[in-house]
Design a protein around this ligand. Structure first.
Ligand code: ATR
Length: 263
């Protein structure tokens, strides 16, 4: 039985086990993914044991940056992002990847994104992954809006305050909330006002619990196209599975497993 892990702190809420185990069952692979709560000071020890016993891992908050120092190789995209969310154990050689940004972009495949000005709200790890994901797709008309403006400049040259973004909202054709504002249990919160939103805009939230955040409800009521965080979560997980096994993941199977657990 091959062993896979998702490590983070906290970890109890992680839907990666149910989603990846559905993949293993679907493909008839004798493997199991387990959630393991790891504190920062345990990380190095965990990596040493994983090198011997683990086949692959998902890395989540708060270890996506600190894990990098313990790996043998980090692929060029993950290095650019400066964070790893996936580890592949290739016969004792540990290689890090980042599937968050590419997963988010894959979730938008049904839309034509060319000529859309992009607004990313937030400037944390998720925003960074998504920013580089867009750049790799050739989409570079990107602005970041963040409470702490200097953090925005660490990612991108075009930065607005949240208030400026609210005022200029009608310029943007694609808006992505990457902050945790609106996430369970604080579900009445909204990252910015959508008063100036135009109907043609696609509005995304990377949150999937609740399934429709206040931000998305507000966008929908103004006639915009909305997308929650589930496609990103499923696609980033599918890409992880593909790095681990070389097999194409069935995204429908994964989505159903997550939805079942969210019920
Ligand atoms: P992640 O790795 O998931 O992106 P993070 O690195 O903690 O998480 O980033 C969270 C983002 O949400 C940050 O941009 C943060 O703004 P600051 O850079 O000003 O800290 C933003 N954020 C979190 N809570 C917020 C709040 N209550 N109001 C405004 N922005 C908030």
């Amino acid at each position: 039985m091959q062993k896979y892990f998702v490590i983070g702190d906290p970890i109890a809420q992680s839907k990666s086990p149910v989603m990846q185990n559905a993949n293993f069952r679907d493909k008839g692979i004798e493997a199991e993914l387990m959630a393991t709560r790891i504190f920062e000071e345990e990380l190095e020890f965990w990596v040493a044991s994983f090198r011997k016993n683990g086949s692959g891992a998902c890395v989540t908050i708060p270890h996506k940056v600190s894990i990098m120092q313990y790996l043998d190789e980090v692929d060029s995209f993950a290095s650019e992002v400066g964070a790893v969310n996936t580890i592949v154990n290739q016969n004792g050689k540990l290689i890090g990847f980042n599937t968050d940004g590419p997963g988010f972009i894959q979730g938008l495949e049904e839309f034509d994104l060319s000529n859309r000005k992009i607004l990313i709200i937030g400037a944390g790890g998720a925003a960074r992954g998504i920013y580089y994901g867009f750049l790799h797709k050739g989409l570079s008309d990107i602005t970041i809006a963040n409470r702490t403006v200097v953090k925005g400049y660490a990612i991108c040259p075009n930065v607005l305050t949240l208030e400026e973004a609210e005022e200029r909202l009608s310029q943007f054709g694609l808006i992505v909330n990457t902050t945790p504002i609106g996430m369970f249990p604080d579900m009445e919160a909204c990252p910015i006002s959508l008063q100036n939103l135009t109907k043609e805009t696609i509005v995304c939230d990377i949150i999937y619990n609740p399934f429709k955040t206040k931000f998305l409800k507000e966008a929908e009521s103004r006639g915009a196209v909305i997308q929650n965080g589930l496609p990103m979560f499923v696609n980033q997980g599918a890409l992880q599975f593909e790095y681990w096994t070389g097999q194409k993941a069935d995204r429908k199977v994964m989505e159903e497993a997550v939805l079942e657990q969210l019920k």
